[in-house]
Design a protein around this ligand. Structure first.
Ligand SMILES: NC(=O)c1ccc[n+]([C@@H]2O[C@H](COP(=O)([O-])OP(=O)(O)OC[C@H]3O[C@@H](n4cnc5c(N)ncnc54)[C@H](OP(=O)(O)O)[C@@H]3O)[C@@H](O)[C@H]2O)c1
Length: 290
């Protein structure tokens, strides 16, 4: 059985990518997912990773079945983690440990980490490779780095994602949805002219996750990202193209102006290298398609 633990935006895209696989799926969120998400193959369950009782119920629902787990549950809002790091730790660290020891029969586990674990690119590290040092500049990156160590010590796979772009597919629209909507209405959007990331669409990421899970690879740490870095502004231009809107509606915001909206630090450049992923999956190139 496949368990998607933290079936939010990436989880919903993964459900789509797994639609052809004739395998039972259990989709878990901290709150109840709407019934529309379920199908003949997909069951849903509410389980808060902070609750021993919820995790015991999850273990009893899974009843010792061998599981392939996609572990996406996290407090991942960088400024919310900064504002209350202890509350975030309850989910990101303590919850993760509880999950791993709650009595599930986990055969394979893919943990969602982030480029934030690396910190800032520099001349020696223009694109971070998996064994580069981890020097996160914010509390979120520090908590993910700590969580990664727990996952690796348990013998499972860590996947480091970049900035992910695409429709929410959940009940609440996300940044992508509202930006495309504004552009379609002829309204301008402001995008930071910097903060370069090896961005990838949720849809492409979900497809890569399926391929990784089918590849039966040994547990590894793998950057899952696109070939090239994009500034937020460049992503805005792609959104305008997607919305059929003039690129003049995408306005530049300087990095300094953009930083005024943030509470915790962000790296200016945190591009990752994806050669390992491409080698493992025998892929030539990975593009950002919004
Ligand atoms: N989005 C990105 O650009 C990006 C980049 C790098 C890494 N990542 C990582 O990728 C993963 C998925 O991201 P996403 O974009 O799909 O985010 P998302 O839509 O917010 O999904 C997060 C999921 O975690 C669940 N969750 C949160 N707190 C929980 C708790 N206490 N117990 C159980 N489940 C809990 C949420 O459930 P509820 O909705 O019910 O709260 C939601 O289903 C995260 O681990 C994130 O750190 C994301």
């Amino acid at each position: 059985m496949i368990l998607i633990f933290g079936c939010g935006i990436l989880g919903r895209h993964l459900l789509r990518a797994l639609a052809d696989r004739n395998e039972p799926i259990l989709a878990v969120t901290s709150r109840e997912i709407p019934a529309a998400v379920t199908s003949e193959h997909v069951r849903r369950l509410a389980c808060d990773v902070r609750s021993e009782r919820d995790l015991a119920r999850l273990a009893s629902v899974c009843a010792g079945e061998p599981l392939t787990v996609f572990y996406f549950a996290a407090q991942h809002n960088i400024d919310a983690v900064f504002a209350d790091p202890d509350a975030a730790r309850e989910v990101n660290i303590v919850g993760l440990r509880r999950f791993l020891s709650c009595g599930l029969n986990v055969r394979r586990l893919f943990f969602a980490s982030t480029d934030c674990v690396y910190g800032e690119n520099d001349e020696r590290h223009p694109r971070f490779a998996e064994d580069d040092p981890l020097l996160p500049v914010n509390e979120y990156g520090k908590q993910k780095a700590e969580a990664e160590a727990i996952v690796r010590a348990s013998g499972f796979t860590v996947l480091r994602f970049p900035f992910l772009v695409g429709p929410s597919l959940c009940e609440k629209p996300n940044f992508y949805d509202s930006s495309v909507q504004r552009l379609q209405n002829g309204e301008p959007i402001k995008m930071i002219d910097g903060m370069v990331r090896s961005a990838l669409s949720y849809q492409t990421t979900a497809g890569l996750l399926v391929r990784l899970s089918e590849a039966e690879l040994p547990a590894e740490t793998i950057n899952v990202c696109g070939d090239r870095g994009y500034t937020k502004y460049e992503i805005g231009l792609l959104l305008a193209e997607k919305a059929g809107a003039p690129v003049s509606l995408v306005r530049k915001l300087s990095v300094q102006e953009g930083r005024r909206f943030f509470k915790d630090a962000r790296a200016d450049c945190a591009c990752m290298d994806n050669e390992k992923l491409k080698r493992l999956l025998r892929i030539e190139s990975i593009a950002l398609e919004v």
